[in-house]
Ligand binder design. Sequence first.
Ligand code: BG6
Length: 488
Amino acid sequence: MVRDNDMASTIVIFGASGDLTSRKLIPALFRLFQKKRLPEGTRIVGVSRSDFSDDQWRNQLGETTEKFLPASFTAEDWKQFCQHVYYRPGDITKADDFVALGDYLNELEGTACDRVYYLSTSPRLYESAITLMGQAGLADEATGTRRVIIEKPFGTDLASAEALNCSIHKSFNEHQIYRIDHYLGKETVQNLFALRFANTIFEPLWNRNYIDHVQITVAEEVVIGRRAGYYDTSGILRDMFQNHLLQLMMITAMEAPARYDANLVRDEKVKVLHSVRPMSGADFAKNTLRGQYQGYLQEDGVPAGSQTATFAALKLYIDNWRWKGVPFYLRSGKAMSCRTTQIVIQFRSPPHLLFPSGKTRTPEANQLVIQVQPAEGLQLYFQSKVPDTEMKTRTSHFDFLFQEAGPGGMPDAYQRLLMDAVNGDASLFARSDEVELAWSIIDPIINAWGSAAAPDLHVYEPGLWGPTESTEWMQGQKRSWFDVCPVI
Ligand code: BG6
């Protein structure tokens, strides 16, 4: 559907020559163009220090987009799309360049126009870039909306996130700020809202009366590759937990909002973070586990003796009426056995067993496994009778495959998020209080891990499910990880 009554938008990408632009942003915008979802007259302006002409940048992007979208790229569509793509050299550390950019955009647009600025630059430049944008009048909404999308990481700890929020708020109001977490753009993560709030059968069970614990795993096969410069100072807690894992936990645990509205949804998510029980003293050794894959120290650029964790498991409690006493196990690691993101709702065992299935084995309790990626879908494990036996039971499962959206497959998270920012829907973006609260949960763990009382850093063999201590840790609590690579 072409939304030709809407005001045209200009999407300005800072960091235009970077990897994210060619790998994710332009392919997402191109797909939106092919699906006729971009408002009529939408323009894309790339800004970076390199000296390209419009045509040079278009040609470069044409090649990369074809590479990243082999199934849906056509030369004809690209020819039409790239007419709306422009390039403007500029240095985002220079005030004059922002003033000149403002003049350039006004001239290009000719008339009132909405704008989305996408900061896809080095995070250390965010603060000054936003200040200079404010000074150059680029946040002024007199002739159309002005929104800014900020890539992760949003700060490196609570203090830096607060300082960043504070300085951004001097130029942009909160309603103009879109802090991205690409996990929220994933279809299966949004499906969690549908699963929980568009069905009645799960809700009565979704609480401490029926659920023993919840596991949220984001496992990756990849190692850190050429990212040592960033990764070694970040580590798994900053890279994956402060954002992606806590987001998955919030959506799994939140109450239903009164309406599906950006602020109401985020209010409910924030309440979950407020309820997370703070850790102190011996909790860090008892409820957190850290690991580093064998070979990490040999990766290019990793300093000798680095103690950076590439694997972590946390046991968190959400102290509210719904979840009191139900542990949420969060786990993520690089160099694991397969790439899988899954949320396991582990129900309690039946209170009284009528059908023992063997002399020693008790039937497994029900599990709902939400496969976020890559085999998007759901599995519900339950007990059924083994045919032609007296009353023997076994574990069976219902499978649901989250169907592909059509040719081109499941849309990339950036399509949804870019479209939402253009349309002014911030439901799937993090609010300032949400980001700060997330840091306030992760910071104490990072500090404890950097202290003399840090728990051991377990070295683990790549290709497994993290350190063997992680398996033992769960066994010690009479539980076990759902270590299954997805096969729906
Ligand atoms: C990024 C992290 O935010 O998410 C990466 O910086 C990680 O380290 C990536 O690999 C995982 O994203 P996805 O969408 O592939 O699960």
